[in-house]
Write a protein that binds this ligand. Structure first.
Ligand code: SAH
Ligand code: MG
Length: 194
């Protein structure tokens, strides 16, 4: 891996910023290699690590839109992206995805959901609206440390758990969708249209 990208990753890990885990990234990269996306939407930029990794697999002239609500993190992401000269490929949108998503109208070949777990059902609804016909939605942290698949419901994170369960129900019970749930990292849901 490029040493600048490695430094961005190490700094994020040191600061306990929840960047994508290695096995999750590998799984997504494997699928991107098979079918290179032209447009990617990411919900949850943090400091830009995952977007920077994904950018390597874009089609020529492809682009990433990525949304982050914490201004300091978004600024750090913008700086990281500039340092790597990726500003023509990665566009950071600063704001709450709950407000930003309804204003978007492009179609995306790949959507990566990696932000507030309590908002996953809403992110899904908007992602399905924005997904290209042959596109794929990846949702990170879908098994949330195992809470989602256990009978655990007394945790302070129970709202998150309830909403992650609702997300899984929606993507597995919709007859128009095809979903795999992988136990890589913190759980990864991969959804396509049939
Ligand atoms: N995708 C990044 C990690 C994202 S961590 C990577 O792998 O490198 C999740 C990020 O989502 C945090 O920075 C958090 O501030 C942001 N976030 C959480 N809820 C959000 C929301 N509703 N809108 C926009 N950003 C949000
Ligand atoms: Mg994550």
């Amino acid at each position: 891996m490029n040493t600048k990208i490695e430094a961005i990753k190490q700094k994020a890990l040191n600061e306990h910023i929840p960047i994508i885990m290695d096995d999750t990234l590998l799984e997504i990269e494997k699928r991107m290699k098979e079918k290179k996306p032209f447009k990617i939407l990411e919900i949850g930029t943090a400091v830009g690590y995952s977007a920077i990794c994904f950018s390597e697999f874009l089609q020529e002239n492809g682009k990433i839109d990525t949304i982050e609500r914490e201004v300091d993190r978004a600024d750090e992401a913008i700086n990281n992206i500039k340092e790597l000269k990726l500003e023509d490929k990665i566009n950071v949108i600063i704001g709450d995805a709950v407000e930003i998503l309804p204003t978007l109208n492009d179609k995306y070949d790949m959507i990566f959901i990696d932000a507030a777990k309590g908002k996953y059902p809403f992110f899904l609804k908007e992602s399905l609206r924005l997904l290209a016909d042959n596109g794929t939605i990846f949702a990170d942290n879908i098994l949330y440390k195992g809470y989602v698949m256990s009978d655990y419901n007394k945790h302070k994170q129970r709202t998150a758990v309830r909403n992650l369960r609702e997300y899984i129900q929606n993507v597995t019970q919709d007859p128009n969708l095809e979903t795999e749930i992988l136990e890589v990292g913190d759980g990864l849901a991969i959804t396509k249209r049939k």
